[in-house]
Every structure is written in structure tokens, then in C-alpha cells.
Design a protein around this ligand. Structure first.
Ligand code: FBP
Ligand code: MG
Ligand code: MG
Length: 335
């Protein structure tokens, strides 16, 4: 559905959250301009340190974190839980919301001019910093992302469907362009970092093997593969043309629970994907029913068209020896 309405007037944003959403959108628009100016491989993409999650930090990771924290201090955000901060910090002691954020997602793509983004999640604030964000993903008030790509877009849910706003390049206004995004069911595309094949658990290998076998395999169909290495870009593609994304736990040290973080990556993406009619699990259980044990905790993540996400879960539900047997006889999945 194509409508054009300025974000300030959008009836789809709850009034109580509007100032906070406008603040996020304003910082997003400023960041989009900073990114467009570059230099991407120079001062923006330079390595500057390591965060709590053990990831290298680029200059733009820190700039984005500083920009969001500085702006949100003047809003109703009490607790600010960022990928780039060791702990949840208090911004406005009188604020009634908690905001979890991945200020810059897809850092490895900064220098190569590939889409990157910001992911955010909003809860109502509790008295405790951690208690405000370490809670079931289903308690989120909002989940969304801003993508800095050929177009800058804001995609968000408040629990009543998923909406898309475009940053108009001429007048720099955010306008509503899709009030009810729906994940298409028909795509034959999967996204996974295939360089980790040898480390994957057997159900993931079996699932991908069956996709790769194409028309000659148990799926009787050819599949295409994409891996951008920016979660926001993979999400945007899946919202646009369907498919499935997998970042499973694997055998590498530190990757037992995959790579993606529950609080500020998986929970908000799961929320907006479900609100767009898709599915999101940790392989078997819905992400929306899960609670992170600590701020930077990781979780395996599978999301996309519901039939594909359910199919992955079916591979995980089989006893290990039966998944292994499938390598010899895939008849079970011919249906
Ligand atoms: O390099 P890998 O292992 O394929 O991981 C790619 C994933 O890592 C991420 O870049 C992690 O996010 P950050 O850039 O915010 O750390 C995701 O956007 C992406 O899906
Ligand atoms: Mg990220
Ligand atoms: Mg990040």
C-alpha cells in the first residue's frame, strides 16, 4: 500500500512515542548525511577499539552511539542499552522508556559502501537498568531499524503491523511509504554465511544441503543465495521479497550461540518480521518468547517467510541420528 504522509503526522505512531521516534529519525537523517560524505575507508571506517561483545569498533560505531545518546538524553528515554556500551546507562532519570540499540549495524561494510543501519527496541522503563531490557521480547513497545543504503529508510512496528518511512532526499523529510509491509511467501532465497559450513550443527547443514541440491534434491526446486553481512540489509531484502535468514550457533569458540545479540539485534527484528507476517526463531523456539540473560547475550537466529522458518525448525526437531540419516534418504522432506 503506497501512501505519502510525513512522519510527524503519522497516526501509526503512538502519540506517547512520537517525540522519541522523531529524535531517532533526526539522528538517523544526520548519520545518513555523514555516511554519504565519507570518507568511508578513512576516518569513518577506521578501527578504534573493541566492544564488550568482543567485536572490533569502527569510528562510525562510536560516532553513531555518541549521536544517539546525546540526542536521546533530551527525550523520555531513561535507560540506554547500547552494543557499544559495557552496561545500560541512565540518560533521563525522569524518562519512562528504555531503549536498546545497535547504533551501527554491519560495521564490516562501512568502508566498502554497502548498506548499513541502526537497530532499536523500545520498552517501558522499570526501576532497574537491567530489568528494563532483560525481559521477554514480547514486551517490546516498538522494534525497528534505519537502513543507510541507496535509499535511507526507517522500518518500525509498534505491534500493529510494520511500517516503512523514506527519507526524502530533496527536503530531508521522513514520509510514510508503506503502512503494512508483508513478507512475501514465494521466494526461493536463503541467506547464511556459508564459509562456516564445517562448523554448523547437523540440522543446519542438512537444511542447506537440501536447498543446494536444487531440482534434483528433496525440495524439487532451485534456490538462490545472498549474504550481505549487514543484518539490516538482509532484513530489508526479506521484507521486500521473502526468503529465510540463518545465523545459527556453531562450533567456533565464542559462537556457540551464533553471532547476533538478542536485546538490540534479534528481538527488534523478530518483532517487526512477525508483525509483517513472517516468523523468527532461535532455530526452534520463537524469539518473541525469549529473554536475554545479559545485555550482550547472543542467540542463534532464523527468520523470514513462515513456511521456511518452520521447515528449519522441523530439521532441528528431528533426533540427531535421523538428521544424519537424511543425508542418505531425504524422502521425509519430499512432501
Ligand atoms: O561477518 P559475519 O560472521 O558473516 O556476520 C555478519 C553479521 O554481523 C553483523 O555485522 C553484526 O552486527 P555489528 O556490525 O553491529 O556488530 C550483522 O549485521 C551481520 O548479519
Ligand atoms: Mg549489528
Ligand atoms: Mg553494531
Amino acid at each position: 500500500m503506497q501512501t505519502v504522509e510525513p512522519i510527524e503526522k503519522s497516526a501509526l505512531i503512538p502519540d506517547a512515542l512520537r517525540p522519541l521516534m522523531l529524535a531517532l529519525a533526526e539522528v538517523g537523517a544526520e548519520l545518513a548525511r555523514t555516511i554519504q560524505r565519507g570518507p568511508l575507508g578513512g576516518s569513518l571506517g577506521a578501527e578504534v577499539g573493541t566492544n564488550m561483545g568482543g567485536d572490533g569498533q569502527k569510528a562510525l560505531d562510536i560516532m553513531a552511539d555518541d549521536a544517539f545518546a546525546a540526542k536521546l538524553k533530551h527525550t523520555s528515554v531513561r535507560w540506554y542499552a547500547s552494543e557499544e556500551q559495557d552496561e545500560v546507562i541512565e540518560l533521563n532519570p525522569k524518562g519512562q522508556y528504555a531503549l536498546a540499540i545497535d547504533p551501527l549495524d554491519g560495521s564490516s561494510n562501512i568502508d566498502v559502501n554497502v548498506s548499513i543501519g541502526t537497530i532499536f527496541s523500545i520498552f517501558d522503563a522499570k526501576d532497574g537498568a537491567n530489568a528494563s531490557v532483560l525481559r521477554p521480547a514480547s514486551e517490546q513497545l516498538a522494534g525497528g531499524y534505519i537502513i543507510y543504503g541507496p535509499q535511507t529508510m526507517l522500518v518500525v512496528t509498534f505491534g500493529q503491523g510494520t511500517q516503512q518511512y523514506l527519507l526524502e532526499p530533496d527536503n530531508r523529510d521522513w514520509v510514510l511509504v508503506n503502512s503494512a509491509v508483508k513478507v512475501p511467501e514465494t521466494s526461493r532465497e536463503f541467506a547464511i554465511n556459508a564459509s562456516n559450513y564445517r562448523h554448523w550443527p547437523q540440522p543446519v547443514r542438512a537444511y542447506i544441503d537440501d536447498c543446494l541440491a536444487g531440482e534434483e534434491g528433496p525440495r524439487n526446486a532451485n534456490f538462490n543465495m545472498r549474504w550481505v553481512a549487514s543484518l539490516v540489509a538482509e532484513t530489508h531484502r526479506i521484507l521486500t521479497r521473502g526468503g529465510v535468514f540463518l545465523y545459527p550457533g556453531d562450533g567456533r569458540k565464542g559462537y556457540e550461540m551464533g553471532r547476533l545479540r538478542m536485546v538490540y539485534e534479534c528481538a527488534p527484528i523478530a518483532f517487526l518480521i512477525e508483525q509483517a507476517g513472517g516468523g523468527a526463531t532461535d532455530g526452534h523456539d520463537p524469539i518473541m518468547g525469549k529473554t536475554a540473560p545479559e545485555l550482550h547475550a547472543r542467540t542463534p537466529f532464523v527468520f523470514g517467510s513462515t513456511d521456511k522458518v518452520s521447515r528449519v525448525a522441523a530439521y532441528f526437531d528431528l533426533p540427531e541420528q535421523e538428521v544424519s540419516a537424511l543425508f542418505g534418504n531425504r524422502g521425509l522432506f519430499r512432501a
